[in-house]
Design a protein around this ligand. Structure first.
Ligand code: SAT
Ligand code: MN
Length: 549
């Protein structure tokens, strides 16, 4: 890769075994418009997925593979998703003509001999065929055949389009398998919150791509002196089964972090800054004259002589030096925050689910749902302002149920039904919360400091789980009572806290109508329990409007 320019060597003194990769400039993010779920029945893919009949999809895409690998090296990449010894792990084999993809899969999964040893003579694996093709966006297709557990991807070398173990298998194909087999494959980080007694409570959180999942999962707690620490189990995907103890048990199918570089620094994610100093692949970041990776939002002023993500000399002030969706690919084992339980074969027990997104105006800092069914409704009605992780306009609000809109491999109405059915199977279903770190004041400034201070919100959740913290009822759920958030050591005014926790019934009534519009597209297939929850919300909102006049 060094010889043919696929990799650029970074400074081997300060960044040993680190390399920079520049992808084609038309190929820098997932492409949802050319991602298809290919089921025999269109309704099984549902209204939120692009659909093609399997036979048509193969006829369309097969010619793009013809001769595509000629003159290239073909890599056969066997990999395990999940800890090598976990009963919940699964095997995939990706065939690819991209050395960069093979090298990235080596970081992101348990790849090679471990996978072949586990597979033995079994044919129980998910095959994935990948070729860069000619990198022409008009001939780019990411095809999923969930009925036969097969993936075809051509024309892209980037991230979730090309590392087929990630979104294609671990979410789209796995979500289909999970419904068939009674478990859950979710777009969630997994973290453990340690309290002063040393007890660790595990939580899983779903936010859309590039909304800070990695930073939250690897957070250095602002309450560390008081004995609260955060341990990382995973930063992007959780596979969860009903354990023999009746708890929901989560494993992280991945072995590395494919995180957004811009904005990463010693304040926002000190653990990953430390981790990504060795054995790391950087993709589409800028580079300094000293051969170190660089991106917007790094500590300190930009040094002179920066080469931008396309390989040109960079002039500050014009366009960004690093692509907004540039990434680091780092082995999980290098994070100082890694939980000692991250490879437990049975997984870690999940006590809370956290949903969230970017909402500049509407959603309070945190609220708690009433029960499992209401919690599923809260997840199903999630929305967020879009980011650079996918191609398309940035900053537009879109509905993104459970942060799975681009990743659910089947009809989302059935997916809500599957969620509803999981609760009663659990002895102790996780409590369900919703957070919004991104609320802004009238001047467009963030109200909450975020990052390490988010532990204060996690602590409130823990206190709720343990029955210690007070809450105030609102039409959408319970927000912290004024004294129940631990705010010592943080300079934030009472007014700002009130602003952060405010639930505006008029705004939420508009939201309730938008939710209704979104649900219409599922027609008859939408589970009745979801409609019930929407009606209940509407009536709580109108009662509160009457009460407040
Ligand atoms: O490009 S990926 O799909 O792997 C990353 C993301 O969108 O979260
Ligand atoms: Mn993701």
């Amino acid at each position: 890769m060094l010889r043919d320019g696929t990799f650029i060597e970074l400074n081997q003194k300060t960044y040993p075994n680190c390399h920079l990769h520049r992808s084609n400039s038309n190929d820098v993010a997932r492409t949802e418009s050319v991602t298809f779920i290919c089921t025999r029945q269109m309704d099984d893919a549902g209204p939120t997925n692009n659909w093609m009949a399997p036979a048509d999809a193969k006829e369309k895409v097969r010619p793009l593979f013809d001769g595509a690998m000629k003159g290239r090296t073909m890599y056969v990449v066997p990999y395990i998703l999940g800890p090598a010894s976990s009963p919940y792990s699964k095997i995939g084999v990706e065939i690819t003509d991209s050395a960069y993809v093979a090298a990235s899969m080596r970081i992101m999964s348990r790849m090679g001999k471990a996978a072949l040893d586990r597979l033995g003579s079994s044919d129980d694996f998910v095959p994935g065929l990948h070729s860069l093709g000619d990198l022409n966006p008009a001939r780019r297709f990411i095809m999923h055949f969930p009925e036969e557990k097969l993936i075809w991807s051509v024309g892209s070398g980037y991230g979730g389009n090309a590392l087929l173990g990630k979104k294609c298998f671990a979410l789209r194909i796995a979500s289909w398998m999970a419904r068939e087999q009674g478990w859950m494959a979710e777009h969630m980080l997994i973290l453990g919150l340690e309290d002063p007694s040393g007890k660790v409570t595990y939580m899983a959180a779903a936010f859309p791509s590039a909304c800070g999942k990695t930073n939250l999962a690897m957070m250095v707690s602002a309450l560390e002196k008081q004995g609260y620490r955060v341990w990382t189990v995973g930063d992007d995907i959780a596979w969860m089964h009903v354990g023999s103890d009746g708890m929901l048990r989560a494993i992280n199918p991945e072995a590395g972090f494919f995180g957004v570089a811009p904005g990463t620094n010693a304040k926002t994610n000190p653990n990953v800054v430390e981790a990504a100093h060795r054995n790391t692949i950087f993709t589409n970041t800028a580079m300094t004259a000293a051969g170190e990776p660089w991106w917007e939002g790094m500590d300190g002023a930009p040094p002179a002589g920066i080469i931008d993500w396309k390989g040109n000399a960079w002039t500050p002030g014009k366009s960004p030096a690093a692509h907004p969706n540039s990434r680091y690919t780092v082995p999980a084992s290098q994070s100082p925050s890694l939980s000692s339980h991250w490879e437990d074969p049975e997984g870690v027990p999940i006590s809370a689910f956290i949903f969230g997104g970017r909402r500049a105006r509407l959603a309070p800092l945190v609220y708690e749902s009433h029960d499992w069914q209401h919690g599923v409704f809260v997840g199903a009605t999630m929305a967020s302002e879009t980011t650079a992780a996918a191609t398309g306009a940035v900053g537009v609000s879109r509905r993104d149920p459970m942060a799975m809109l681009p990743f659910c491999g089947y009809n989302m109405a059935d997916y809500f039904g599957h969620w509803l059915a999981m609760g009663p199977k659990l002895k102790n279903p996780p409590r369900v919360f919703h957070v919004n770190w991104f609320r802004k004041d009238a001047d467009g400034k963030f109200l909450w400091p975020g990052y390490g201070e988010n532990v204060r919100v996690l602590k409130w959740m823990l206190d709720r789980i343990e029955g210690r913290a007070g809450a105030t009822e609102t039409p959408i759920g319970n927000v912290p009572s004024p004294s129940s958030l631990t705010l010592d050591g943080l300079s934030i005014s009472r007014d700002t806290i009130n602003e952060l926790l405010k639930v505006d019934s008029a705004d939420w009534s508009k939201e309730e109508q938008a939710i209704g519009k979104f649900f219409e597209k599922f027609g008859e297939r939408l589970p009745p329990a979801i409609c019930q929850e929407q009606k209940a919300l509407a009536s709580r909102l109108s009662r509160s409007a009457v009460a407040t006049g």
